[in-house]
Design a protein around this ligand. Structure first.
Ligand code: GYE
Length: 330
């Protein structure tokens, strides 16, 4: 019976994901106090949400990689709410999954639930985003990008771009989800590089929650209250794409009247870059699935893994985007 339920869950995984629900029934038995009836390793994955093109690509990659690795995936979508992620993690603990992986929506407030997983002897892997827990034994490893480095790359492009100009450069910033690692770090890295020259002035900075709709809304407000904006730095492509609509709506030309830098390099962002509406994109790869499944197998076996696994990434100019677009996987 349980086997049939598991099969049904697997078959319905995609539908459940689309509906933003977590799968309910768990396996029982198995070697490490949990796991599927058929001996398959079971992973509970608590995703942030479906806020951006990056996230959609990340979810798809994790689901496909689990399948390819023969791992049974229980997947939940927290709709960008920490309380939903905590609930999902608790349900995975109750279901005695073999390993829990999650992408923490914000950095703070995870110690209690991570302790619960540790007490239940279920290893935890952080993917994509970090937590600020002092006790690093609460998770086995953290797989994802170096967001400070991404912010620095964005800042460096700007410094190079304006190296011959003495005039002030007025910058507006669309920040990611408040309290999230990528928002904190992309802001800090960028600030660090541009602060070397006082002509770079961040005249407005606000969260657009990593979504297109919020990016548009906040950019509209920026445009209303700031007559002279030279540069927009958006912490992801989606907010940048929303802002482009606002800029065009205000009768300005994105990429020319206002230079735009974003992070991610998802397909729609790369298209806008190739079309000249964005000027520079710092890549952040969502394709973490294969590495995650490898790490999961190792930690379940009790093998040592590095505390930190950093994703390799590049940057794109408009010309480079034109070349890269046909072969882009996301
Ligand atoms: O840049 C953004 C998404 O955590 C790296 O989250 C991820 C970020 C990504 O919503 O588009």
């Amino acid at each position: 019976m349980l086997k049939r339920i598991s099969a049904l869950i697997l078959a319905g995984a995609t539908a459940l994901t689309m509906a933003g629900c977590s799968s309910s029934s768990g396996g029982s038995g198995g070697s490490s106090g949990g796991g599927a009836d058929d001996g398959k390793l079971v992973m509970g994955f608590a995703q942030v949400g479906a806020e951006s093109g990056w996230r959609t690509a990340n979810t798809k990659d994790i689901q496909e990689s689990a399948k390819a690795a023969g791992i049974e995936l229980k997947f939940s979508d927290a709709q960008q709410k920490q309380e939903n992620q905590i609930k999902a993690i608790r349900s995975y603990i109750q279901q005695k999954v073999d390993v829990i992986a999650f992408s923490p929506v914000v950095e703070s407030g995870w110690d209690t639930v991570l302790k619960e997983a540790q007490n239940a002897k279920i290893p935890v892997i952080l993917t994509d985003r970090a937590v600020d827990s002092k006790d690093t034994s609460l998770y086995k490893t953290f797989l994802g990008s170096d967001f400070v480095e991404e912010g620095k790359k964005a800042g460096q492009w700007l410094v190079d771009q304006y190296k011959d100009s003495k005039d002030d450069v007025n910058i507006v910033q669309l920040e990611g989800t408040t309290g999230s690692a990528p928002a904190n770090d992309r802001k800090a890295g960028f600030q660090q590089v541009i602060s070397a020259d006082p002509k770079f002035k961040i005249i407005a900075s606000q969260s657009g929650d990593f979504t297109r709709a919020k990016g548009k809304e906040v950019m509209e407000a920026f445009l209303k209250s700031n007559p002279k904006i030279d540069v927009l730095y958006a912490h992801n492509d989606d907010m940048g794409l929303g802002a482009i609509e606002a800029i065009e709506g205000a009768g300005k030309v994105p990429g020319k009247d206002i230079k735009i830098i974003t992070v991610d390099a998802v397909h729609d962002g790369m298209q806008a870059l190739a079309d000249g509406k964005i000027n520079f994109i710092v890549e952040c790869s969502p394709l973490l699935g294969t590495q995650l499944m490898d790490l999961a197998k190792k930690v379940v076996k009790g093998e040592q893994v590095p505390q930190r696994v950093v994703t390799e990434e590049t940057t794109f100019t408009q010309e480079q985007a034109k070349e890269a677009l046909p072969n882009r996987k996301y």
